[in-house]
Design a protein around this ligand. Sequence first.
Ligand code: NAD
Length: 510
Amino acid sequence: MNAASDKLNANLSSLETYLSRFKDTGILNLINGETRAASSGDTFDIHSPVDESFIASVARGSEDDVDAAAKAAKHAFKEWSSTPGSKRREILHRIADLIVERAEEIALCESWDTGQALRFMSKAALRGAENFRFFADQAPGARNGQSLPTATHLNVTSRQAIGPVGVITPWNTPFMLSTWKIAPALAAGCTVVHKPAEFSPLTARLLAEIAHEAGLPAGVWNLVNGFGEDTGRALTEHPDIKAISFVGESKTGSMITKQGADTLKRMHFELGGKNPVVVFDDANLDRALDAAVFMIYSLNGERCTSSSRLLVQQSVAKEFREKLIARVNNILVGHPLDPATEIGPLIHKTHFDKVMSYMSVAREDGAEIVAGGERIGDSGWFVQPTLFTNATSGMRISQEEIFGPVLTMLEFDTEAEALEIANDTIYGLAGYLWTENLSRALRFSDAMEAGMIWVNSENNRHLPTPFGGVKASGIGRDGGDWSFEFYMEQKNVAFANGEHRIPQLGALPS
Ligand code: NAD
């Protein structure tokens, strides 16, 4: 781990100031514009993954709190959905402005709460502002439709906000992900009940506060903290909530499907991944190496689109592996608030134990650990960046989402073999392809089972493009207009021009 720097100490001191306000009250819910403790008075504590120190107590929302939030969202829906798009745009831009103003606070809190390195969380905070700006600008046109004339009717389509929606988010990059889900919902005219992950609720509270400071009417954005099995469940079962936008594990997605069945919820799921990066021998190997390292080891590997399976063509595998080992051994693991740190601690002990368990799984299955494989220190949940080689596609390390700084390297001979391995998982979120051969890139990307593929690039997100996965990686897409398709209903109105003959039934006898 890297040694403490002056900048780290300065960041710790700023963090202390930012957190001091939660000392007495803890992190409270926000329902109908009011900051409230849980109606039951229940709380739970959160601890930093850096050293297990106490951060704050958090209101543990009950079914009653979810009900109050859903009713507030239902009440506010009529006014918010009929607020002119231009006004919604103005408020969402104001939210973005306030995010930028408080970006340092958001980034420091997020790093401390999640263990993600500050260098990435600073960018993620600003990315949250960009998400708001992008959807703010779409708000005035969100209801636009088509005219579909026939000889006798003019069909006119328009979109209407679906109603109050539930947004359930995970603990990895929670701030950025929340903005990505909530900004389009508000731009579309929906009202929101947000349940953030119980392990990282700090920045969700900051975000809800910012939204209200920006002038969002009471009840439009409600925040209820709590655990998945009670608070989350109550939200997915609530009859006033018309849709659930969920980001999290695939098995949680299945549970939510069942929970929402009785109230016929519309669901959008962004789930897990085991994404391949495929490197052919004609690729620019230096760029491919940079991208492969970045896509698995940035964000602690706790990233849905991480390139957790590296497939390298045999003819260049040895050279690639040697360079990769050197890079992996050089990654800076350290305190997440130190700007030099590249990897921080994993989110919590249970997740740390899960990630560490794959070290023995790898050995038992016959793979080799050629870099990392150990815990770092005895305080906090730090794991060495790890590389498995000698792996085959059937091994658990090639099939299961480890969600840590752990890469499984596989080798292939032919293009057909590479494709077979790439598609050989239950997941299908993202894929990365490295080749200078355009025909192969077209062929391969067309046959790859993934919702998003980058050719000769790391994950480079453009907001108007569709984001989402196939197979066990998700249902639906967001980004651009796809977000509005989820948060809005299509309506068709047919105007008759009087030229058509209305069918007659029960004509009077002549
Ligand atoms: P998780 O599924 O355990 O929890 C996510 C959220 O769901 C939390 O807020 C949790 O409280 C809630 N929840 C849990 N059980 C619930 C239930 N029965 N009803 C309602 N809500 C419930 O996921 P996690 O461990 O927090 O996040 C990591 C996972 O998220 C990984 O699998 C990762 O790949 C995935 N993820 C996917 C994307 C994507 O875009 N595809 C993005 C980020 C993370």
